[in-house]
Each structure stands twice: as C-alpha cells, then as structure tokens.
Design a protein around this ligand. Structure first.
Ligand SMILES: Cc1cc2nc3c(=O)[nH]c(=O)nc-3n(C[C@H](O)[C@H](O)[C@H](O)COP(=O)(O)OP(=O)(O)OC[C@H]3O[C@@H](n4cnc5c(N)ncnc54)[C@H](O)[C@@H]3O)c2cc1C
Ligand SMILES: *[C@@H]1O[C@H](CO)[C@@H](O)[C@H](O)[C@H]1NC(C)=O
Ligand SMILES: *[C@@H]1O[C@H](CO)[C@@H](O)[C@H](O)[C@H]1NC(C)=O
Ligand SMILES: *[C@@H]1O[C@H](CO)[C@@H](O)[C@H](O)[C@H]1NC(C)=O
Ligand SMILES: *[C@@H]1O[C@H](CO)[C@@H](O)[C@H](O)[C@H]1NC(C)=O
Ligand SMILES: *[C@@H]1O[C@H](CO)[C@@H](O)[C@H](O)[C@H]1NC(C)=O
Ligand SMILES: *[C@@H]1O[C@H](CO)[C@@H](O)[C@H](O)[C@H]1NC(C)=O
Length: 458
C-alpha cells in the first residue's frame, strides 16, 4: 500500500532526479538492504535530529537543539521556511480595548449597517473577558502549554463552545473572538476545548493589550535570521520519499529528494515531525497501527491567506455576519480587506470549514466577496474582475482537530502518549494550538527537553 502511494507521488519528483537513476532502481525502497548505505558517500548525511517541516515549530526547535550542540537537518517542502504570520502574541504588560474596538466600529459586510460600539457593550466585553479569565482560564492552567487535557476528560470541554460560554457568563466575548481569532470554526458547534485553546491567557492578554511585532514590522526577518544561523542544515524544496523507523532501532533513515539532485539519505538518531499530521500529509511515513489509528482521526479547516490588489479602493473593511450568531462571518468567508499601507493592497484571509481548499477556490472567494461589496457600493463596481493577487499562501490543512466524541474518548491522552517512541517526537499546532507562542511553549516544555534527555545533551 505504501508502495502504491509512492507511485502516485512519482510525478512530483521523478522529472528532477538524475535521469540515469531509473524508477526501477528505487522501487525497492522498502527493502531493508537499501538502508545500509556505505558510510560517507556524498548522498548520506548523519545528524542527531532530522526535523520534518521548517515552519514555526520546526525552526524554533532546530535553533534550540543547535544551541545545545546537536546537529540537525530540517526538511522543508516549500522554497522558504516560516509561515506568513505577522504578530507574535505574548503576555502583555498593559490592557486596552483598541484592537477590539477598531473591529467593532467597522461595518457589516452584507448590509453596510455600521455596528455601534456603545459604552455598555464595551463594558460587557470587558466583564466577559474578566469572567472568562477568572472562571475558565484559572481552571485550565495548561491551555497555553499543550493539549494537556485531563483524564477523565471534563464533560464541559466537549460541550459546544457557545453553550460553555453561556454556562460561564462570557457570551459577550464571542463576537470579539469571531473577529480577532480567525478562523477557529463555528462558535455554535465548536467543542469548547478548541474555543479555550484559541483564547488562552497569552492571546487574551494580547487582544486586550498588545502584540509583539518584529522591529522591521515583518516577522519574516525572524526566519531570515534563523535560516542564516542554520545554513545548509535546512533543505528547501525537499520531498520525503521514504521514512524508515523500524529497521534500525537506534535511529531513523529518511530518503529525500531535491530538484536537480539525486535522492539523499539522512540518518538521524531522532526524528522530530513538525508538519500537520494528517494521513494525507504523512503518507510516506512507516506508521505503526497505533499511530495510524490516532492520526486518522484528524480532520481540519482551511485557510487561504495573501495580498489582494483592488484597483481604486484603499480603505479597510472587516467582515461581520449581520444575522449570524455572534456576528460570525459566514463561512466560507474572508475576514476582511485590511490595508497593508501600499496603495490598493490588502491583506486577505479566507476561512473554510473543509481542509481541502484549492488556490483557485481561495481566490474565487475573494472575488465573490468583492462582488457582494460592489453591489452595495463599498468597493469599485468592477473590483471582482480587476482584483489581482500579488501573493497568496494556502494554509490547508489548518486547525487540525477531532470531534467532540473523540475528545470525550480521551483522544489527546492517546495523541501525546507516543512522544519519543520509535525515536520520534511530534510538534506543531496539532499538539499545542494555533499560534506560535503555543507551539514554542510546547517545544520548550516538552519536545526539546525530551530530545535533549534522549540524546544526553545539556
Ligand atoms: C495567515 C496566517 C497568519 C497567522 N498569524 C499568526 C500570528 O500573527 N501570530 C501567531 O502566533 N500565529 C499566527 N498564525 C498561526 C501560526 O502560523 C501557526 O500556529 C504556526 O505556524 C503553526 O506552526 P507549525 O509548526 O505547526 O506549522 P507551520 O508553521 O505551518 O509549519 C509547517 C511547515 O512544514 C512544511 N511542510 C508541510 N508538509 C510538509 C511535508 N510533507 N514535508 C516537508 N515539509 C512540510 C510547511 O511548508 C511549513 O513550512 C497564523 C497563521 C496563518 C495561516
Ligand atoms: C547517464 O550516464 C551516461 C553514461 O554513463 C552519461 O554519459 C550521461 O551523461 C548520464 N546522464 C545524466 C543525466 O547524468
Ligand atoms: C526552490 O524552487 C524554486 C522554484 O520552484 C526556485 O525558484 C528556488 O530557487 C529553489 N530554491 C532552492 C533553495 O532550491
Ligand atoms: C453566571 O451568572 C449567573 C447570573 O448572574 C450566576 O448565577 C452564575 O453563578 C454565574 N456563573 C458563573 C460560573 O460565574
Ligand atoms: C542506525 O542509526 C544510527 C543513528 O543515525 C546510525 O549511526 C547507524 O549507522 C545506523 N545503522 C545502520 C545499520 O544504518
Ligand atoms: C483613497 O481614496 C480616496 C478616494 O478615491 C482618495 O481621496 C484618497 O486620497 C486615497 N487615499 C490614499 C491613501 O490613497
Ligand atoms: C454556525 O452553526 C450554526 C448551527 O448549525 C448556524 O446556525 C450558524 O449560522 C453557523 N454560523 C455561521 C457563521 O455560519
């Protein structure tokens, strides 16, 4: 079965390997004898830790492990590391409602009716945030540290989030969450665990306080610096052809391919997986039955981000559902057209309830929203046709999750239990929650200490 998946993936890389290395030559990938590649051939790399995924979790761990004198190899499928995120949330020193209010003062998408933010509404939001902090966050102190869900699982964690909010008197906060925490899922049906996860103490503090921005205003500089530090340990444009974690009990062996060069073997003492662990994404792994049973539970949302250029338009619009619960925008939907400061250029983000989103669907959604806005005169009449997309980034699968029933059945205890077994550790948003502060807490609290201990590093 793994073999047929390899064949399916063939067109992705076949054209780029040395033409003299026929497919037949690699057909025996599962054959253990292939793994005793002689030492020191230029196509064999020995490292302490192979890291799959050069995003937030993978790069952060790579830097920490390198600082501990471990050798690493980071395998990234795209031609750059890092994501498209702008803000790094953290615990704030101050508290202000500026961000929230700037959202509330904008107009609804569909009708153009301004949503007022009278004083009593601001007060209700503040009171709800206080109730949430006092009664919910105090109870679930692990929220920013990982999916450390207690066993047995408290029933309220798999209630719908809006009902949970009612029980704890913080419903007035939900419209704010719908605007700033984009896109976490339908607040009416989302299991409470994911609602809380999406608004832990760190992010709540940032929403009511401030975000940390990089001094250049561009978080890419963080990853540029990391790339400089990691140098040739980062393999870009790289496809994983095979992973073998069983024929060598003291290490793992990966076969990877880069355009224009022959496949490379990476032998590592430990493997750190830092990509969304949906079955579709980890098809090349030698999953155990237990791992397969766990990861097959995951489904996800979709998120399409980028920059749209809309000629003749230059103000910021935010999307609010006029008639939906908590004014949550209708999904699929764009969260807004947020001006970037360059003329006619807007940050866009499109939320989808399905993880299978094509780039074309992401762009069509923007065009559809522009047509709606043009009909009420909010953007130029031809905006849906004149829009162009200087930069886009498809983030599917986004918010990898399981059902309320699975949460109830103790999914997260099962997910976290295999850390370290088969020489493999797992990090990223699926294990910690979707923002970099959470991913990095998880790395620092669990992953990096575990790897260092296993490898005898200080
Ligand atoms: C548009 C957008 C804006 C965001 N803004 C913020 C923000 O301002 N602040 C914040 O804290 N968080 C933000 N987030 C959330 C944050 O980006 C994620 O929570 C975080 O990146 C998750 O880290 P990760 O390591 O799990 O995944 P990622 O950072 O997505 O990293 C995964 C990496 O693995 C690579 N990869 C995937 N599959 C494979 C494969 N098979 N082989 C090799 N490589 C593979 C990907 O290309 C990617 O580089 C934002 C997310 C989006 C989509
Ligand atoms: C394939 O091998 C032949 C003979 O060894 C050699 O002449 C040719 O350059 C090789 N082709 C490639 C693409 O490496
Ligand atoms: C990765 O591939 C892109 C084209 O897809 C290319 O422009 C870029 O130079 C490549 N980068 C590396 C480091 O191979
Ligand atoms: C919520 O408010 C109601 C009515 O004011 C009160 O009876 C209840 O104790 C509050 N619940 C919590 C969890 O604070
Ligand atoms: C097993 O893995 C370790 C760690 O990468 C490596 O040093 C060793 O050479 C591997 N053994 C074989 C037979 O590949
Ligand atoms: C935005 O558009 C309006 C109306 O077309 C124009 O008056 C204004 O100068 C523009 N502002 C910027 C910053 O381009
Ligand atoms: C969320 O789901 C509920 C229940 O199915 C539905 O009534 C509501 O309209 C949905 N919200 C949005 C924004 O679509």
């Amino acid at each position: 079965m793994r073999f047929s998946q390899l064949v399916t993936a063939l067109p992705l890389w076949f054209g780029s390997v040395n033409a003299n290395q026929s497919w037949a030559g690699w057909a025996g990938l599962g054959d253990q004898t292939k793994w005793s590649t002689p030492c020191c051939s230029p196509n064999v790399v020995d490292v302490d830790i192979a890291i799959i995924g050069g995003g937030s979790g993978g790069i952060h761990a790579a830097i920490h492990l390198k600082d501990a004198d471990a050798s690493v190899s980071v395998i990234e499928k795209k031609d750059q590391i890092g994501g498209t995120q702008k803000h790094i949330p953290t615990l704030p020193p101050a508290s202000s409602l500026t961000l929230v209010l700037s959202f509330l003062r904008t107009q609804t998408w569909s009708s153009g009716i301004p949503i007022p933010a009278p004083d009593d509404q601001q007060q209700a939001i503040r009171a709800a945030a206080q109730a949430y902090t006092k009664n919910v966050l105090s109870k679930y102190g692990w929220v920013d540290q990982g999916f450390l869900v207690p066993d047995p699982v408290p029933e309220e964690l798999y209630l719908p989030f809006s009902q949970f909010a009612e029980n704890y008197n913080f419903s007035a906060l939900l419209p704010t969450i719908a605007q700033v925490d984009w896109y976490i899922g339908n607040l009416t049906t989302l299991p409470a665990l994911y609602g809380i996860k999406s608004l832990g103490p760190g992010l709540l503090g940032s929403v009511f306080g401030e975000f940390i921005l990089s001094s250049t205003g561009n978080s890419r500089s963080l990853y540029d610096a990391a790339l400089k530090e990691l140098g040739s340990s980062v393999l870009l444009n790289t496809t994983i052809l095979n992973i073998d974690r069983h024929s060598n009990s003291t290490g793992v062996t990966l076969l990877v391919s880069q355009p224009g060069s022959a496949p490379k073997t990476i032998r590592a003492r430990k493997l750190l997986v830092a990509i969304p662990p949906t079955l579709k994404n980890i098809w090349s792994f030698d999953l155990s039955k237990q791992e397969e049973a766990i990861f097959s539970k995951f489904s996800s949302l979709g998120y399409f981000a980028g920059v749209a250029n809309v000629p003749g338009f230059n103000s910021t619009l935010t999307n609010m559902g006029a008639l939906t619960p908590f004014n949550q925008p209708i999904i699929p939907g764009n969260h807004g057209f947020i001006t970037t400061g360059s003329p006619n250029e807007f940050q866009i983000g499109g939320g989808f309830d399905s993880g299978d989103v094509t780039d074309e669907e992401g762009k069509d959604l923007v065009r559809k929203n522009l047509a709606t806005l043009a009909a009420v005169g909010a953007v130029p009449a031809d905006a849906a046709h004149s829009v162009t997309f200087p930069y886009t980034s498809n983030h599917m699968p986004y918010n990898v999750r399981v059902t309320a029933e699975d949460i109830k059945a103790g999914f997260y205890a099962k997910l976290l239990a295999p850390q370290g077994s088969r020489n493999t550790y797992w990090t990223g948003a699926a294990f910690s929650g979707h923002n970099s502060a959470l991913v990095w807490n998880w790395n620092e609290g669990t992953i990096v200490p575990g790897l260092k201990k296993d490898l005898g590093l200080k």
